[in-house]
Design a protein around this ligand. Sequence first.
Ligand code: G1P
Length: 296
Amino acid sequence: MSRKVTKAIFPVAGLGTRFLPATKSIPKEIMTLVDRPLIQYAIDEARAAGIEEFIFVTSRGKGALEDYFDHAHELESNLKKAGKNDLLEILRGTNMDSGAIAYIRQHKALGLGHAVWCARRLVGDEPFAVILTDDVILGEPPCLQQMIEAYQETGGSMVATMEVSPERTKSYGVLDVAEDMGAIVRARGMVEKPKENPPSNLAVIGRYILAPTVMTNLNKLKQGSGGEIQLTDAIADEIEEGRDVFGLRFRGQRFDCGSKAGFLQATVAFGLARDELKDEFADYLADVLSMRRAAE
Ligand code: G1P
């Protein structure tokens, strides 16, 4: 089995109700951290990891997402005429090759596993990556690249993982660890959002490299946690059937941009990471904090 991973699935069919009213007219993946939409961070990470085919699983109302990836010819020629080469460069950096993107509709919101399964014909018999755009990760090298490097050694399937506090495990897929090798752990099981007795405090974060047999497991369309078809269950089935599943404790900072607090934290972190903003922004944050302290 080849270990080259060239395809990535981006499940982007979710309604984003936690960000209403903004998501009434824009897909949540278009919401921006500083000046780049969430989806752009995910695409950049996938490209850095060598991904060549980008498969979006969308739903009704995600038209703005498809438009975002069109080449903006008029805008490009205006910027060129005006000699705004730096902006032109930024814009061109978002261009995708013709034929590199595919869109598949998920017709019913039946869960993450179902969304991934919708892309089965495009994936075929190859290992593939899955990126959840809500999980934004600041890492060097980027998280998926770290995983691809680890996967070259291990094969099997791999999920990104990080330690969370015990009371947070109920919000995540959680690994049952068979062997802890430091950065890499071998899983003996995986449970989606355990209500009690989590097998560890190692949570699955939204980056996956999956063997094509995971798609076969998803064919069963079995209902799991919350009545939804869970990707976690299809990966756990791999272990049941004797195939390897690993977790990688990635190096980097993860932000849960599916929650308002996480989104705001990411905005601060990405703002402070930008050379042209960091001094002014840091001064502002320091002022806000000292005013708050003075008011207490
Ligand atoms: C999904 C997965 C879960 C994983 C999480 C990471 O859950 O089902 O296993 O831990 O993403 O963000 P969601 O947050 O979409 O409910």
